[in-house]
Design a protein around this ligand. Structure first.
Ligand code: GAP
Length: 467
């Protein structure tokens, strides 16, 4: 019988990287401003599960939208899929997960806490220093039962990766789309892993989201396509603002490779806890299609019109974590600046990712400003996520928007009532321009697409902060 090995899952070094934002600071900002909350908070939390709050869900959706745009919308050779989380249990036998998707587990003989053996540094329990048991393999899949009877015949698993939903639909997609090699199928969605040691906020969760691509190619062309995807996926992060210095590629050593992989590169990000994986790109060869063909008895070959042969395509798999990407985007964009009012905290998120694109801020709550302010707000909110805020001083409101990464604030003042112009302030260097209300939406649209602030609409002027 084949022995499936998921390779050595590298332990992460858990220590604060100098110069990087403190993880606690990020966790606290996320909770205070409604990005991310511990799951079931009022009951004390649920280990390694998190809830995305009002701003977090916007950020996360924007990350997913940016991925979908890059890998499907902008390519001719890709299609999307949304497979179910519960799949036929044979899927996981064929994929090797039932036999081999496991981590080494040790238990403390004194306090009975359980740990991942490869996370232990000195052979002692990290909690109490007690002796540990011999390690045994612990399967990470969550088991459940389908239907009203809880017996072995009704066992099902919550999917530990979205990938298998793609492989089992290979023929369905091929038949319905008439795609020719090379082509790929992408999907994103929830995956579940009963991780032994967790922590580090949303870095390692038990319920998380993946964005995965299975790209099918002719055998022999796989190495070139592998390089293509490594490059594409690396550039996706930098195009969305991640600093190049905080990103690196790491090739898997032979003993790290999963049983299905011929080659694998991790895209690693310099998290506050050290260099760790956000995405893996693997050459999975023809392993999965062959396995599913064998276990299902269905022909999963591709008829090559050029050579008139049936072939089993090779697969290149770029597999990214949504939550780890969110964490990387948050950590990379976090910035602090000292100024005369204290500390300005800024999330310098790429505009495409910012949860709120524009804030509309009347200078004060004076009722004369109200009708025009509401009118401006209503005219913008069908274009983007826009916030209206009239509480406290204008300075504090700017700070509040900076802290959640809002690229532009629009201020309506008394002069606006006379000249029908408003102030647009940009987040990153606080420069301001004065813009006629009638061109406000088109101006903001251009600025949100990174047109320089100094490019002005007819009648617009430079205002504050320009040299
Ligand atoms: N189909 C291949 C696969 O699932 P993986 O390296 O196990 O490969 C891919 O997972 C990505 O999913 C990782 O790079 C990571 O971003 C994310 N991921 C995996 N386990 C995770 C967890 N417990 N919590 C958060 N994200 C996780």
């Amino acid at each position: 019988m084949t022995k499936y090995e998921y390779g050595v899952r590298r332990a992460i070094v858990i220590e604060q990287v100098p110069g990087k934002v403190d993880m606690d600071k990020l966790v606290s900002l996320c909770k205070r401003r409604g990005f991310i909350f511990p799951s079931s908070d009022i009951y004390g939390g649920m280990g390694a599960c998190y809830d995305y709050g009002p701003l977090g869900v916007e950020l996360k959706n924007n990350v997913k939208k940016a991925w979908w745009k890059a890998v499907i919308q902008e390519r001719d050779d890709m299609v999307g899929l949304d497979a179910s989380i519960l799949m036929h249990p044979q899927t996981w036998v064929a994929s090797g997960h039932v036999e081999g998707f496991a981590d080494p587990l040790v238990e403390c003989k004194q306090c009975h806490q359980r740990w991942r053996a490869d996370h232990i540094k000195d052979g002692k329990c990290p909690a109490c220093g007690g002796d540990l048991t011999e390690s045994r393999m612990f399967n990470l899949m969550f088991k459940t039962f389908v239907g009203p009877v809880e017996d072995e015949a009704s066992v099902a698993y919550l999917r530990p990766e979205t990938a298998q939903g793609i492989f089992v639909n290979f023929q369905n997609v091929l038949n319905s789309t008439r795609k020719k090699l090379p082509f790929g199928i992408a999907q994103m969605g929830k995956s579940f892993r009963n991780e032994i040691t967790t922590g580090n906020f949303i870095f390692r969760m038990r319920e998380f989201e993946q964005m995965e691509i299975e790209y099918f190619v002719r055998p022999g062309t796989d190495e070139d396509w592998f390089k293509h995807w490594v490059e594409q996926r690396f550039n996706w992060y930098t195009n969305l603002g991640i600093k190049k210095d905080n990103l690196r590629l790491r090739q898997h050593a032979k003993d790290e490779l999963a049983h299905y992989a011929r080659d694998c590169y991790d895209i690693e990000y310099l998290f506050p806890i050290g260099w760790s994986e956000i995405e893996g790109i693997a050459n999975r060869t023809d392993f999965d299609l062959k396995q599913h063909s064998k276990y299902s008895g269905k022909d999963l070959s591709y008829f090559d019109e050029e050579t008139k042969e049936h072939i089993i395509p090779y697969v290149i798999e770029p597999s990214a974590g949504v939550d780890r990407s969110v964490l990387a985007f948050l950590a990379d964009s976090y910035d602090e600046e000292k100024d005369k009012e204290g500390l300005r905290v800024i999330l310098r998120l790429h505009y495409a990712l910012a949860p709120i694109k524009v804030a509309v801020l009347p200078l004060s709550r004076n009722e004369k400003l109200l009708p025009l302010s509401r009118e401006v707000y209503n005219s913008l909110r069908n274009c983007w996520m826009v916030q209206y805020d009239d509480a406290q001083s204008i300075g504090r409101r700017y700070r509040r928007q900076d802290e959640i990464g809002t690229p532009f604030c629009v201020t309506i003042d008394f002069q606006s009532l006379e000249d029908e112009q408003v102030t647009v302030r940009e987040r990153d260097n606080m420069r301001q321009i004065r813009v006629p209300i009638e061109t406000l939406a088109s101006t903001l649209d251009a600025k949100l697409n990174y047109e320089p602030l100094e490019v002005l609409p007819p009648g617009g002027k430079k205002w504050l902060g320009f040299d």
